[in-house]
Design a binder for this molecule. Structure first.
Ligand SMILES: [Zn+2]
Length: 399
């Protein structure tokens, strides 16, 4: 059943989660909320507060968090889906469902570039993007929200092509540089056309990822001016530090750090963003599936790595994987706030972590244990099959 769509809602739903030990909001300005209860009706958050103060009557699902922490569902800002829950890159089935067990409830495609026989002609590029947008809107493994249909720009595309893509429902460009357009001037023109019609963009920063891709340096990144500086820490090969600094200082765009990248360069970018007072620009992805594999715990590993080695409080590091991405990508999830989508992860420190609680365990470099995931107010998984076991786990106590 894990690969099926959730059953259509037949009536109003009300989810109540009580006994939350720590509520991480995903909002860098106020990362911890003074609350132990969250209520969601019909998939949207309707109340956050103390149990005695909020209306918990008539719950269709009641969860006792048992003191575990609640965070927004994690967002992977950089994935390469192809077809359903299969990836040809590592010839693996069920990779998206595995990410759900790592707390990822939303994924953003940086291009369906691993499609065998991927078309390079303009009509083919557009057709494939529209197909992917449709297919992943209609098919959500485990309920995971996959924003796909991200064409990679090719020479010869005109303003009319971007207008047509936008009208057909395409909202993203795949990584600039993975197609035939590799020069700054052409990229800048096409990115601007995309933006004019409401299509967000990203770019392949750094050395070639796999044979056939190319180097994109700071000059091209800055000239192209995409909304997100895709894997500024390389995928896998990073630019020299001085070029990374030049990008951080030369624009106000999103600084995306990926698991399939250079970890030292990720820490350098983080320190640079912090020095500049611009940590709200930092967002996280995995770049999976990649040559380095499929990383179901990749976003959690990035949170833990950046917190422990980058000296960032864990509650802030979680914002890189939630609220920062949601704001930059204009998503309705990623922050625990009334009106937003009820996408949550319930987690606690892993059993036998040296940390005294979840936040300290992450700051010490351990991964949390996930006890439950919720998407659109519906419980999708209970105890994760992929994380270390959580110390305290939530329980469904009433329907
Ligand atoms: Zn890339």
């Amino acid at each position: 059943m894990a690969h099926d769509q959730p059953a259509a809602n037949t009536g109003p739903t009300k989810l109540v989660i009580k006994n939350i030990g720590l509520l991480l909001t995903g909002d860098m300005d106020k990362p911890v909320a003074d609350a132990d209860t969250v209520v969601a009706e019909n998939g949207r958050i309707t109340a956050i507060g103390r149990f005695k103060d909020v209306d918990t009557e008539g719950a269709t699902t009641l969860i006792d968090a048992n003191g575990s922490a609640l965070t927004p569902g994690l967002i992977d800002s950089h994935v390469h889906p192809v077809a359903g829950d299969w990836t040809p890159r590592q010839n693996q089935i069920g990779w998206i469902d595995s990410f759900l067990h790592g707390g990822v409830t939303t994924m953003i495609s940086a291009g369906e570039v691993h499609m065998p026989g991927r078309p390079r002609d303009v009509v083919g590029v557009k057709a494939m993007a529209i197909f992917a947008q449709r297919a992943f809107s209609a098919f959500r493994p485990g309920g995971v929200k996959i924003h796909a249909g991200a064409p990679v720009i090719e020479p010869g595309m005109t303003e009319e092509d971007f207008k047509e893509l936008a009208a057909a429902g395409v909202k993203l460009l795949g990584e600039v540089g993975l197609g035939g357009v590799k020069d700054g001037a052409t990229a800048k023109q096409m990115v601007a056309w995309a933006r004019k019609y409401g299509i967000q963009s990203t770019i392949h920063t750094g050395g070639p990822s796999i044979p056939g891709s190319g180097l994109i340096g700071a000059d091209v990144v800055l000239e192209a001016d995409t909304d997100v500086v895709g894997h500024i820490n390389g995928g896998h090969t990073a630019l020299p530090d001085k070029e990374i600094r030049c990008i951080c200082e030369g624009c106000k765009r999103g600084l995306e750090l990926v698991h399939n990248g250079n970890e030292r360069a990720a820490l350098y970018t983080l320190r640079t963003a912090r020095e500049m007072g611009e940590m709200h620009r930092v967002i996280l992805g995995t770049d999976a599936p990649a040559g380095s594999g499929v990383q179901p715990l990749g976003i959690l590993r990035m949170v833990s790595m950046l917190s422990s080695l980058g000296d960032v409080p864990a509650e802030i590091a979680f914002c890189f994987a939630t609220g920062n991405t949601a704001r930059m990508r204009a998503l309705d999830c990623g922050i625990v706030e009334v009106g937003r989508a009820a996408d949550f992860v319930l987690m606690d420190k892993a059993q036998h972590s040296a940390g005294k609680d979840l936040l300290e365990s992450v700051q010490l470099g351990d991964l949390p244990g996930i006890g439950m995931t919720v998407i659109d107010g519906i419980v999708r998984t209970e105890r994760s099959r992929n994380t270390p076991p959580a110390t305290r786990v939530p329980q469904i106590v009433g329907h």
